[in-house]
Design a protein around this ligand. Sequence first.
Ligand code: KG4
Ligand code: ZN
Length: 347
Amino acid sequence: MISLAVKSHVLILGIETSCDETSASCVLDGSTILSNVIASQADMHRRFGGVVPEVASRKHVEYMLPVLDQALHEAGVSARDLDAVAVTRGPGLVGALLVGISAAKAVAFALNIPILGVNHVEGHIYANILANPELRPPFICLTVSGGHTDLVFVPEHGRFEVLGRTRDDAAGEAFDKAARVLGLGYPGGPAIDRAAREGDPGAVNFPRAYLEEGSFDFSFSGLKTALIAHINRLKSQGELPHIPDIAASFQEAIVEILVDKTIMAAHVTGARRVAVSGGVAANSRLRERLSQRAAGQKLEVFYPPPVLCTDNAAMIACAGYYRFIRGQMSSLDMEVDPRLELAVDSV
Ligand code: KG4
Ligand code: ZN
């Protein structure tokens, strides 16, 4: 086992395969990205309108070794230079996770280096630390992607208090489903973001589900139903839907709830810093509204660059680095957990 006392630098190989991106990355000291190779399968899944788990697993098997080779090559390091391997253990698609974890175990066993099992949402949170070295706990992190909508308080490294999460669709999933209804294609978030720029966010008053008073949970399924009802109403009246207006209004309803609850979480916990991560963190209206609201409250806001917003292995390597320096190694018989909870194995 490598001891930090005698090592001045720590090189971690990250592996991420929880959904439809096969990614491997070399990160030095949890802060310098030497490589971040991402083989996306989005084109493959586009024609099905969403990720097909079996197709994703097969593609991960096909891409894993070339992606690993390329990550080492681009970083200019050899496998022997690695100090540890960090891998997404869950949540995610079970077959997809198994490919990544099997590869990570093989690397760790062959090189006799530690393996670090990382929660995928923890990875999204650490994408912010990787991108913004000045960001330190305590902070609030809103993780919004195709699979998650989690509002998390991070009081210190490795400790996660989940304040709220979605009770039905994730925010990204709501964008994807709405885009399908509007005929904008997959993935829907970027398409709605683009269409909304030409539209009026106040054109349609879609419902905002705030749930019980003080709740940090989210619910987006009613919004999707309201969108379908709105389109059907227009059709029955012989009117053509104005796509940019509908996209802008739908996006506004999601953004308003996300921003309100995130600001409320900062108030309740006393955190002065707020971070956003996950694919939906790339949404331009979310960034604009959150920055405006935070400025008024003197809160600092952090976002990763787009490449670190969506699934990538650099964020897993970064989260793994903080586990490594806490001595929180996993064992080689660690198993994938498609429903892994964020708080389960925090320090
Ligand atoms: O984090 P991610 O790459 O994968 C998951 O872990 O799910 O997030 C993908 C999700 C998709 O639902 C996609 O529609 C959404 O992020 N997304 C966006 C934008 N870019 C990606 N949603 C809204 N606005 C965007 N600009
Ligand atoms: Zn993700």
